[in-house]
Ligand binder design. Structure first.
Ligand code: HEM
Length: 229
């Protein structure tokens, strides 16, 4: 593994693999969150399952945390290595002459997503960890002493999207996510060697994913802001 990460192509390959893994996570994250728009009950059931099933908590969650940290860390390494790869800087590095604007700015869109993610973790994940593992309440109920009180997840979600500043910040994060995905998707396929006759189909799919998914997240955030009761 360390040998793989010593070569430039190895690092790009590892970066692409971690990116593909995060894209799968994002798709399932969206699938569960979009339930909150159609059925609070379905969202509550899915959240409770994900939040209490041991394999999700103790296997998938640590793998995800590793994947996120690896992707960010490797992103910074690639950025630094790319910049120092040539001792003489390009005389001119503007326009779409040899790279697109977004491909040169993956690090900036990535940084904004990192800021979003830190805020997002404080908003939801830290709270979950506190309730479940610090306070020791695994019930998922609004009132743990009353089974009739119902699950707390949907209410807590809607509560978070009341302040317009958070909705705006999240939506800005989703726009950056779209930009990041648009370039990242293509570059990931390139790095794992999927640049062949299937590329056209992959490119169409990646555009739908890169624009559709963040758009879906925007709809979720706006929906809860305007439908809070
Ligand atoms: C409207 C959009 C979104 C909503 C409503 C939402 C909601 C949530 C909720 C409720 C949790 C807590 C899960 C738990 O730990 O019990 C969570 C965790 C998380 N979210 Fe989101 N999310 C949204 C968008 C995103 C996006 C765009 C990303 C990535 C760029 C993201 C990344 C994560 C990650 C990494 C976790 C931690 C997963 C874990 O280990 O539990 N989320 N989100």
């Amino acid at each position: 593994m360390s040998g793989l990460l010593k070569s430039s192509i190895g690092r790009k390959f590892a970066m692409a693999l971690s990116a593909l893994f995060l894209m799968v996570f994002l798709l399932q994250h969206f699938a569960i969150n979009i339930l909150s728009v159609f059925s609070p009950d379905a969202f509550n059931e899915a959240s409770h399952f994900m939040g209490t099933f041991w394999a999700v908590q103790y296997l998938l969650q640590p793998v995800l945390i590793f994947g996120v940290i690896f992707h960010f860390a490797m992103g910074f390494v690639l950025e630094i290595k790319n910049n120092s790869a040539r001792t003489v800087k390009y005389a001119k590095n503007n326009g779409g002459a040899n790279s697109t604007w977004m491909s040169r700015n993956m690090i900036y869109s990535g940084l904004f997503i990192l800021i979003f993610l830190i805020i997002h973790m404080i908003d939801f994940w830290v709270h979950e960890m506190n309730v479940k593992y610090v306070a020791g309440d695994m019930s998922g109920l609004i009132d743990p002493s009353n089974v009739e009180s119902g699950f707390r997840y949907f209410e807590e979600l809607q509560e978070k999207f009341v302040p317009i500043w958070r909705v705006a910040l999240y939506c800005l994060g989703f726009v950056f996510l779209a930009l990041h995905l648009l370039h990242g998707f293509n570059s990931a396929f390139q790095s794992v060697g999927a640049n062949n006759k299937y590329t056209k189909g992959l490119k169409t799919f990646s555009k739908i994913y890169a624009i559709g998914l963040p758009l879906g997240f925007i709809i979720i955030a706006l929906f809860h802001h305007f439908n809070h009761h």
